[in-house]
Ligand binder design. Sequence first.
Ligand code: FEO
Length: 171
Amino acid sequence: MVGKKLEKLLNEQLEMEAYASSSYLAMASWCEVNGLDGSATFFYNQSDEERMHMLKLFRFINERGGHAITPSLKKPKTSFKNILELMETFLEHERSVTEAVNKLVYIAGQEKDYTSLNFLQWYISEQHEEETLARTLLDKIKLIGMQGSGLYLIDKEIGLKATPSVNNTTE
Ligand code: FEO
């Protein structure tokens, strides 16, 4: 049985993941309408992944005797100055998710909730991967630059990092 304090935090985390999914969908759309097809594919896939992160939490809360709450979300940012600003927003969001996961791990440890601690390990690894990916892509944009064919190259690079869309949300 999950404790009340942790249940509340897990529901907040679920909301953050849902917001990430919605934000990355908005990023995919911005990329698509600006002719950045590789980046659009990347963010459509990221959005799917975040929904999967949200559902994993959703089901875990209920399995532990808590009550997963469907969040109502604020509208995400839908337009960006350029791909650099968009990628900075992506990295910033991933950093805040990592902080929230760390807080959850801390509280689960304090409450000696070892089942939750074990469950949260997956999120720790996932955040490490996603933050690294966001930082790598941001570095590439800075390195290549957005002038001339730079933008074309950047879009190609980002597209290469797109993972296949996640359809299995019940793992
Ligand atoms: Fe699931 Fe990237 O936060």
